[in-house]
Every structure is written in structure tokens, then in C-alpha cells.
Design a protein around this ligand. Sequence first.
Ligand code: ZN
Length: 414
Amino acid sequence: MRVQTAFNTMLAIPGAWVRTVTFTPAGVVVGLRLRRKRLRCPCGFTTRAVYDRSVRRWRHLDLGACRLHLEAEIRRLYCRRCERVVTEQVPWARPGARLTRDLEDLVAFCAQRMDKTTVARLLRVSWETVARAVVRVVADHLDATRLQGLYRIGIDEVSYRKGHRYLTVVADHDRDDAVVWAGKGKGAATLAAFYDELGKDGRARIRAVSMDMSPAYAKATTEAVPAAAQCVDPFHVVALANRAIDEARRWAWNLERRAERAGRATRGSRWVKHTRWALLKDPGDLSREQLGVLEEIRRARSVLYRCWQLKEGLRDLYRLRRPQDAELHLDWWLAWACRSRIPAFVKLSRTVRANRDRILAAVELGLSNSKMEGLNSKIRLINHRGYGHHSAAAVIAMIYLCCGGITVELPTER
Ligand SMILES: [Zn+2]
């Protein structure tokens, strides 16, 4: 069998013949010739008129441990529809790519599941190549109708570049793999861009919007969809309560220190240090040791025990058996917290009071909290796996790839 025939059968490149096979130190180079004579613009326009020609290489799936490149003469054409000179489209690669479609799909499949360093090492490509491949695969797979038929949405800000920059992410409460939109920035203008894209009909269909407690999203939502119910996602409320616990612990530690210096009998400031997880974790998840710490705080009548009660009291709002009791429960909690004389919780009570109606709306509407919380931690995982250092466009593509319901087919499974 001729080597060209063997490679033709083995690679089965759509729309092309294998003309040459060359073994070089950089790997195997397979020379291709396109079968069709007509030139095709990515927009669909075809012509016979060639503007100019050049030779291009694409990296393909490895051959054993050898790198494999496809090489072909590629022509440019003047597209009358796009009104400019463009490179013709080839069947084995996406426009502008230097990897074949198969290799790009493999990169994206791995990026969904592995950290960036591993993908780059396994497939012998650079980090930038991984990022570019993901952007192209996502552009190819993203469902264009995903913004239609949205009724209940959740909005959240997420950070990237080690927490220095922000994105706004919009998710559909009624769908798994819920991200439908992501944009750069975390202000009202970013969210307004989403509402614009949604169109008049899309906006009219929105019934409920869940979000954090920042005024920016509320403002944009009130302007764009005034009729929609606004609510605060419970996990933001719980996160604030946890932050209040940390603040209160520092405050209690300072109180103990001051008492120590004044020579009064205290339990010692060092003791406060070991209380963090006992106070923060869900009571059901506490270890025996942490339960012991909590019991000790209770017996010592420490102010920290009241902090813990206040935090759990707020969380109880989401554990009520009858949602109708939410209003009564929240008002009781607000009265308790604002008279607690613990600065962190007095401050928290003010924030909660300012958002009272939107917090109650979340309980009433019963929007699943685990969706937005799960999404938030999934995006944190993307950052953690090393994909959060690139441009906003690359991070957004990763968010769509991992949380937007995109299924990437492996070349070996087609
Ligand atoms: Zn065109």
C-alpha cells in the first residue's frame, strides 16, 4: 500500500486528498489537496475567482507520540457578501484556526475537565492555544436561542484575574447548566447590556430576578424590567452573616485583649482563635471537637455564642417549614439583631432591613438557591484550575463551556 493511500484511509480528512507525507524532526507533515474547485467564504458565499494563494499548516491529533501537521495550499477570495478579501474555509478547521477542528474539540473536552497546565502538557500546546481553542469551540456550540423563553433568572458577579476584575453572569433558574449570558464588569451598565440583548419581548417575559444586595443590579433591573419580582439569593445573605461572624470574632478578641491588659480575669484572647469553624459551619457538619468548642462557648456565656445564635437565626429563615412565617421570622430577627449591641450584627441588621422585601421575595418564590451557589463555586473552580488569568473573552468562553450546557463531541466518538 502506498503511504498516501494509508494516510488517506487513516486520517479520512473530509473534502481533501493526501498528496504527500513527509517525516520531519518536528513531526509528520501531511500535504493535502482540497477536492473542490470553488472557493468558500465562512459566510457561505462561493466563487471560482482566486485572489491569491499561500501554504498553511494546521496541527492535528498526534500520531502515536509524533506531532502531526496538515498542510495545504489555501486561497483567498473577494467575498461580495462580506465586501472584503477573506481566506477560504476548509472542511477540517474552523476559520482562522491553526489547529484542526478535531484537535480543538479535544482541547475543549479536556479543558472542561482538567486544569490548564495539565491540558497544555498532555496535548503539547501553549496556554494561549488552549484559550483560543476554547473561544472558537464555544462560538461554534453556543445555543443561539438560549436567551429566548427566560422567565426566572439569577444574576451574580464573579471575579477573575485573582479577584482584580469582574464579570456579570446571568443564569436561567429553570434549566440545568444554567449560564445564558456573561459580560465584562459588575455594574449597572453591564447588566443593562444583557437586558438590551434580551429584546423587548424577552424582557416582557421575565417574572423574577434574583441577585446579590448591591444596588447596581437592582437599579438596572428596575429600569429594564420594572414588573419583575426582585429577590436576594439566600447564599448572599448567609455569606454576609458569615462575614459578620468573622468581624465579631475580631471584635471579641480585642475585647479579651483589653481585659487581659487591664489585669481582669478573662478566658484569654488566644481562645477566640480556635472558634472560627465551630461558629461558621453548618451545625450538622460540625466535628465532635467543634461541637465541644461550641458547647464551651455556650457554657462560658461568651458573646460569641450569641453571635452564633444570631447567624443561625438568620439562616433559619430558609429552613422554615411554612414559608408564610418568613415575614414574622425576619422581623423578629431584625429586632433581635439591631438590639444585640454586637457591632457586626447591628451593621448586618441594617443591610438586611434595607433588603427586607427582596429577601422575603426569595423565600416566597422558592427560587432554588443551590443553583446560583453551585454556579458561583463552579466558576471559582475554573479560576482555580488556571483559566482565570486571560482576557475577559477567554474567561467568559470557559464559563459557557463549563456552565452553559455545551457538549463537546470527541473526535474518537463521532
Ligand atoms: Zn463572506
